[in-house]
Design a protein around this ligand. Sequence first.
Ligand code: ASP
Length: 359
Amino acid sequence: MAARGASLTIAAMNTLTSSCAAPSGEGATPPLPCIAVLATGGTIAGAAADATNTSGYQAGVVGVEQLLSVVPALSTVARIAPEQIASVDSKDMTMPLWTTLVQRINTLLATDGIDGVVVTHGTDTLEETAYLLHLTVKSDKPVVLTAAMRPASALSADGPLNLLNAVTVAAHAGSRGQGVLVAFNNKLHSARDVVKTSTYAVDAFQSPEIGALGWVQDGRVEFQRAVVRPHTLATEFVIGPKWPHVEIVASYAGVSRIAVDALVAAGVRGIVVAGTGNGSIHVSMQQALADAASQGVAVVRSSRVGSGHVMRNGAAADDALGFVSAGSLNPYKARVLLMLALAAGGTGPVALQKTFDTY
Ligand code: ASP
């Protein structure tokens, strides 16, 4: 499942004119919302040689127009402005592509005629991209990500209904101001909370700590709780051309300090630890991380467990070692926030802890 194709350059995208056809004729009813559908690849755009193959397919080979063409019901929900941003397997997501995506979404949402954005994406890194957008999109218009666990060519492909539901959510007035959303398998998740929890199940996305935000079914959208932490317009984060180098290490039985020392020697600005339990770290690795922190590398403790909070480790212990707690962010989302915080000039464990406690 190799990545296919490259993302468009910013220059090329600036020549795109995303817009929806206006209704024609006198007395035309008010137009449906105009939703830009930005395709990036993934299994939702995947194809295999036969319809029963749901594992040996190529991701990101079906174009956005074709994805839309198999969902005629879209025309009853919204007017669609499609764009092919990239054609990648999301396991191969890159930071330059993230920059392109954020900039394009911000440009589109600043346009009067665009009412919302849907991003089609691979499932593998969807939770990272979603959280990045949640922190860097500068608009309260809806942004909804969706994906699929079965390729477009499969029997009972889940992509078409997920796409219809995502556009339905993006076109729904109540989705405004909720931050970036993920519509998947009839559930509606906040970008901050959602994670992929199954390698193969169609119900592959959950918000393990506090549950889904709501649901979408048969054209009906319902929110059951609100997003409390700041996002989109309320953050200080902007995408710049440079991404601070932040990597992830894991703690486990018998782990050595080799990986941490190598990363410090390579010049990383930050390290996120996928710790055991409450973000606890093997004594050998902990010493290496304390040494890293004393040299100015940001060290963030998260957990490999999959749900729950990482509490500050007896404040004194974290203070003494110079570590920051990721709270309820998993290691991959903690890395996104740490990169943005460092890019925004955040330094030192006290300021960084405040950032993690806020977002
Ligand atoms: N590897 C694929 C991707 O992330 C899997 C998927 O889309 O579900 O693009």
